[in-house]
Design a protein. Sequence first.
Length: 282
Amino acid sequence: MRKSILSLATAAAFAIPAVANAQTAAPAAAPASPHTVTGNIALVTDYRFRGISQTFGQPALQGGFDYSHSSGFYLGNWNSNISETAGFPNGNLEMDFYGGYKRAFGDFGLDLGAIYYYYPGTDAAGNTRYGACNPTTASCGTGVVNNKEVYIGASWKFLSAKYYHSVGDYFSLPATKGSNYIDLTATFDLGSGWGLVGHGGRMNVKDLNGGSYTDYKVGITKDINGWVWGAAFVGTTAADNGSCAGGTGQFYHFCKFDTAGLATKDYQGGKDTVVLSLTKSF
């Protein structure tokens, strides 16, 4: 019995320092980084900006990067191919640069920021429709097509609202400074990777007949191993039954012309459609 007690005491004497050493040697947990960088890529069957096609009804490859700080400040870049026949003469690329500040207050959120839309290689004076010449004032833009906006947004649980205000000519369209857009969106998590989204928006283009309209969207998404598949019905009040050949197309009715200046194909940029998408964030 004594021998057993002695053995236990001896073992304990050696075990206690070992535990103490192990506790001392354990590395401290690294503090969480205040910086976050994410990326995204998407393939869509039609790039719709505020309900209006930017790709003449054709597919688009899109993607960008976002940086955010734990303080709430963020910066980002997003890009997509576009069609010159949708109002971007000599251009095929859209580049967006934005930054702002986000803050959460429980279920409420606030978002303040600015965004710059840039279309390298475009010539604003080369288009008589969307993004260059104003048919109301008979004046045309100059230089590269671009747009500058500031925005303020608020959210509560699954609801969000955002107001955009142009601080220059809207997409280089003369005399349209002060144009604005209101975005109302609701998103619902249906569980098992399924999601539902509803959207309504109002575009108000200053001093331009036929430039203002309402757009809407209802869509569903499914997350499969980080790949988000989506289908959405998109519509606007900007659709028309005009013709490029007859010269009766409205402001968002886009035309393709041959070398002789004859219309070869027209597209209603705001017509109702179904947009399919595949998105991945990383």
